[in-house]
Design a protein around this ligand. Structure first.
Ligand SMILES: [Zn+2]
Length: 368
């Protein structure tokens, strides 16, 4: 309840800022607010020519300021979750954190990422990723490391609209131990029905556990079309499951230690639109792997679920931005399950610090 209220307040606050309007013409004679098209004050009929030229000047200054803001902005090399073909600036460090918050439960635990740019062409990243499954409440988080490199860097051949291409590999750091919890099993209809009807036949499931790890390889292309950027890519996911252990209430346990492997081919696409210098509209759709314990086969079935997120990225400063939107997954049963996605992006332009001091030092010298 508390978090939900805070999130709603933040969203309303951001939208308010995003839609702040241009100022009116204020008559210097009587302080009456006038429409921008007015030649004369609607109250005292004085000419508004001076006010209009002052307004134009102010707007031009604002435009220059906004262009500077955009060009100096550090944009995370991803939308909400899907990667783009951008990479972090050389030696720049990014810290990102966030999660998805639903009405029923916090489905994704707090997920964090730390990344560093290498030579304006590659980046390394350590992050925790949520695992979608049907045996535990929420998504257990898995530590991963990733490496991304651009094959076609930005503005190749000096062409502004040339697509950027990058490839990446992300791997879980270790085997992740996933354990069912009783509440999740009970609130799952299939499990509940199974256990209700099979109680007497003495094979009701009491717990499920297994170890898993994965590696995701992907290629992504970014198409810059002025204020709109489109990102699209293909993913190959190699998922391993081992040490499968199922406990029954009345029966003996069933342990399957051997490793199983599955390859899943998926994809993602999204776009971002520059709304104003501080706000971007972002929409993304992707496949995500889903682990589901199957009561018939008594195994973890690996398949795809589709995830869609739409919302905004708002820049507080050039280095601090917040992503907020609504998330929906096809394994949800209705829109009441949709979640608020919230993320914070902080950059340390460590690569630019020597440059920054140099320029401010030069400016000081020039002034004296
Ligand atoms: Zn007036």
């Amino acid at each position: 309840m508390g978090t939900k209220t805070i999130i709603i307040i933040i969203v309303v606050f951001l939208l308010n800022l995003a839609f702040s309007e241009t100022p009116d013409l204020v008559c210097s004679n009587c302080k009456q607010r006038n429409d921008i098209g007015n030649k004369f004050c609607s109250n005292c009929s004085e000419s508004l020519d001076d006010e209009y030229s002052a307004w134009l000047l102010q707007r031009n200054e604002q435009k220059i300021h906004e262009e500077k803001f955009i060009s100096g902005r550090v944009d995370p090399p991803r939308l909400f979750t899907i990667p783009t073909a951008r990479v972090l600036g050389s030696k720049d460090i990014s810290l990102m954190g966030g999660g998805a918050f639903g009405v029923a439960e916090v489905q994704q635990s707090f997920l964090g990422t730390i990344g560093m740019g290498l030579g304006n062409i590659a980046e390394v990243e350590f992050s925790s990723v949520g695992l979608i499954n049907n045996i535990s409440q929420g998504s257990p988080s898995v530590s991963t490391s990733a490496f991304k490199i651009q094959l076609i860097p930005e503005e190749m051949f000096g062409l502004k609209y040339f697509p950027t291409l990058a490839v990446s590999i992300r791997s879980s750091a270790d085997w992740k131990d996933v354990q069912s919890d009783w509440r999740a099993l009970n609130s799952n209809k299939a499990f509940y029905d199974y256990n209700e009807y099979t109680q007497r036949s003495e094979c009701a499931v009491s717990s499920v556990g297994y170890n898993t790890r994965f590696t995701i390889m992907y290629g992504v292309a970014t198409f810059p079309l002025g204020p709109v950027q489109i990102h699209s890519g293909l993913t190959l996911t190699d998922i391993r499951v081992k040490d499968m252990a199922v406990d029954y209430i009345w029966e003996e346990d069933n342990d399957v230690p051997e490793e199983r492997q599955k390859n899943l081919i998926g994809g993602f696409a999204g776009f971002e639109i520059e709304y104003n210098p501080q706000t971007k509209l972002m929409v993304e759709v992707k496949t995500d792997s889903k682990h589901e314990y199957n009561l018939e086969t008594k195994e973890i079935e690996l398949s795809h679920t589709y995830v869609a997120i739409g919302g905004v990225r708002f820049f507080f400063t050039k280095w601090l931005s917040i992503d907020t939107g609504v998330l929906y997954q096809t394994n949800y049963t209705g829109i009441a399950d949709s979640q608020i996605k919230l993320g914070l992006n902080l950059f340390m332009p460590t690569g630019n610090i020597p440059e920054y001091f140099k320029t401010s030092f030069n400016q000081k010298v020039r002034k004296e």
